[in-house]
Design a protein around this ligand. Structure first.
Ligand SMILES: *Cc1c(COP(=O)(O)O)cnc(C)c1O
Length: 358
C-alpha cells in the first residue's frame, strides 16, 4: 500500500472536457484523433475518461501500456507510437492494431510474424520532415520502402505520418504537411490503393488547426499533451480553448524551519555533482516536502500557492522558500504543484507516487 503522499491528483472532468473539445475541433476539420496515453502511463480511469469523451483511437509508445490498454477492453483500435524494436515484433502483432514504422527490416519482420501467426497488422510509415527523429528521408529512402511494402502479404500500409518538435524542435508548418500529402499520393500511386490515414503530428499541430492551416488530405493527429495538460510545450503555450492545471502533485511538508539562505561551511558539489549558487536574503522560512528527483524533475513543477518558490531538491527532498507563502505553510500539510509534460510523465511512472482521481 502506497502512503497517501506524494500523489498525483487528476481532475477527470478536465481531461474529459479537453478530450471532447479536441475531438470536436478536429472532427470539424475532418481529422480523426488518436488519444495518446503514455503521459499518464495508460492509467485506466484517465483512459476511460478520454474514451467516454469520444476519443476514437488510443495510442501509446510502450508495448507494456498497449497491453494494458488491450486488457481494459475498450474495443478501440490501438496504435503503437514508438517505431517497434525487432525484439518486440511478436508482442506488437499480438496486441497492437497498427504501428508507426520507418525501417524496411521492421516491415518485413512484422509481415513474417503475421504470416506465422495468421494475424494482420497495419502500419503508418513515418516520413522525416526535418525534425530528425524517426522517419525515412523522402528523397533517399521512399522508393525502397514502397517496394518492400508492395511485397508484404499481411501487413497493410494504412498511411503515412510525420512527427514534429520532439528532437530537433522543428515546428509543424502547412508547407511541411503539404509535402506529406504529396508523399501520400506518391505512395498511393506506387501501391495502387488509397491510403486511409495521413497523420500530421501531435498536440503541436493544433496550432495549425486553429489557424485553419492544415491542408486537405491530412486526416489524423496523435494528441496527448493537449488533452492531458491543455498545453503545447513545443510552442511553450497554454492552448487557450483547453483547460490547464488538470492535475497536481500533492506532497507533504516534513520540515518547517527558519534558516539562513546561504549554506554555512566549506562547499563542494551537491548530490548531483553541481555547484549550486545562493543569494544571501538573510534568514528565511523554508519547508521540506517529501518528494524528490527520484519522483519528478523538480524544474518541471510549479507551486500552486502564491509566495512559494522551489529552492532546489535532492533525490528525496524538495526544498522550498515559504517566507512569503500566503496562506502560511503549516508543518504536515500537503502542498500542491502543477507538473509540465516531463514532470507528469515521471510522476506517472514513479512507483513511489500514487494516483488519485477527483
Ligand atoms: C508522444 C507522441 C505523440 C503525442 O505527442 P503530444 O505532444 O503529447 O500530443 C505523438 N506521436 C508520437 C510518435 C509520439 O511519440
Amino acid at each position: 500500500m502506497l502512503a497517501s503522499y506524494p500523489r498525483l491528483v487528476v481532475d477527470l472532468s478536465a481531461i474529459a472536457e479537453n478530450t471532447g473539445k479536441v475531438v470536436v475541433a478536429c472532427t470539424s476539420a475532418e481529422i480523426r484523433i488518436a488519444g495518446v496515453t503514455k503521459g499518464i502511463c495508460a492509467h485506466g480511469s484517465i483512459v476511460r475518461a478520454m474514451v467516454d469523451a469520444g476519443c476514437p483511437e488510443l495510442a501509446d509508445s510502450r508495448m507494456t501500456n498497449i497491453r494494458s490498454l488491450r486488457s481494459m477492453g475498450f474495443g478501440l483500435p490501438l496504435l503503437l507510437l514508438r517505431i517497434p524494436m525487432l525484439s518486440e515484433i511478436p508482442e506488437v502483432v499480438e496486441w497492437a492494431d497498427c504501428s508507426l514504422v520507418s525501417m524496411p527490416e521492421t516491415l518485413q519482420a512484422l509481415d513474417r510474424e503475421c504470416r506465422c501467426t495468421g494475424k494482420e497488422h497495419q502500419v503508418i510509415v513515418m516520413a522525416d520532415m526535418g525534425d530528425l527523429r524517426e522517419g525515412f528521408w523522402p528523397d533517399d529512402q521512399q522508393e525502397a520502402l514502397c517496394t518492400v511494402l508492395q511485397g508484404l502479404e499481411r501487413v497493410r500500409c494504412r498511411g503515412v505520418g510525420v512527427n514534429f518538435g520532439c528532437f530537433g524542435g522543428v515546428l509543424p508548418a502547412r508547407k511541411k504537411l503539404l509535402e506529406l500529402t504529396c508523399i501520400a499520393e506518391e505512395f498511393e500511386r506506387f501501391l495502387g490503393y488509397p491510403l486511409e490515414t495521413v497523420s500530421g503530428g501531435s498536440s503541436s499541430s493544433l496550432a495549425l488547426l486553429e489557424r485553419n492551416e492544415i491542408p486537405e488530405g491530412v486526416n489524423h493527429l496523435r494528441i496527448g499533451e493537449a488533452i492531458l495538460l491543455g498545453t503545447d510545450v513545443t510552442s511553450s503555450r497554454d492552448i487557450p480553448w483547453l483547460r490547464q492545471r488538470t492535475m497536481f502533485l500533492a506532497g507533504e511538508v516534513v520540515e518547517l524551519f527558519r534558516k539562513p539562505s546561504v549554506p554555512q561551511g566549506v562547499r563542494g558539489k551537491d548530490a548531483f555533482g553541481r555547484i549550486p549558487v545562493f543569494e544571501d536574503r538573510g534568514n528565511r522560512l523554508r519547508a521540506i516536502v517529501a518528494v524528490g528527483r527520484q519522483d519528478v524533475p523538480i524544474e518541471g513543477i510549479e507551486p500552486e500557492r502564491p509566495g512559494v518558490t522551489i529552492l532546489g531538491g535532492s533525490s528525496d527532498h524538495l526544498v522550498l522558500d515559504v517566507e512569503e507563502a500566503s496562506p502560511g505553510v503549516i508543518m504536515g500539510e500537503a502542498l500542491r504543484f502543477f507538473p509540465d509534460y516531463g514532470a507528469m510523465l515521471a510522476l506517472a511512472t514513479s512507483p513511489y507516487v500514487g494516483f488519485e482521481m477527483v
